[in-house]
Design a protein around this ligand. Sequence first.
Ligand SMILES: [Zn+2]
Ligand SMILES: [Zn+2]
Length: 243
Amino acid sequence: MAGLWRSLGDLLYPPRCLMCEADLRLLRPDLLFCPGCRDELESDAESRCQRCATRTNWSTSQGCAACSGSRLAFAGVVTLGDYQGLLRDAVLKMKYAQEEPLTLAMAELLWRTHAEQIVGWKCDLVVPVPMHWWRRLRRGTNNPDLLAGRLARRLGATCLPGAVRRRRATRPQSSIPADQRSRNVRGAFRLAAGYELTGARALVVDDVLTTGATCNEVARVLRAAGVASVHVAVVARAHGQPK
Ligand SMILES: [Zn+2]
Ligand SMILES: [Zn+2]
């Protein structure tokens, strides 16, 4: 029993940094990471496109080279930063079932960094990008669900992990060329029966956004179901590198 209480306490206030295992017990008790790791995970100073979160040099371009001219079913994206360095290490580590505290901590970091913007979107629903059941089973954890649940709690919104379902497994987006990714996920999702979402505002949550094809397809299903607006929150923004 004592062991159980200790592990509950450790889940709320990990005694060690979730990335480098530095001892946190002598620091403030509400830290999730040591100051060094936290600075690196939160250090996103890049100016980003509000719509697709690509790094953008506004001084030299008329608009975002990545998304201007493309039709997106979502209206905006927040992220902790590019999929590189310690943020990439954290996303890779999150894939293991025993790292669920890290996944929750990353959701917390995303919230602390972008709360104002997310609140401004006035979302009433939070929808994780659905994992195929086979991948979920094999991995033993479901990061989009964990991230979405934590963000919904912070936002005071309803998390609907079952609203959008996968019709079929898709090849991992990272394994195919960028220009074929929207075809790979086209029609891969559907709205589950019994959901009435007309007029709702949704936040779609995933761990990484690369071309945006997957989030876009989920957003398309939601918009077709009458959802008024869709925004996206992801831990990291990749730019076509292998995952
Ligand atoms: Zn650390
Ligand atoms: Zn853009």
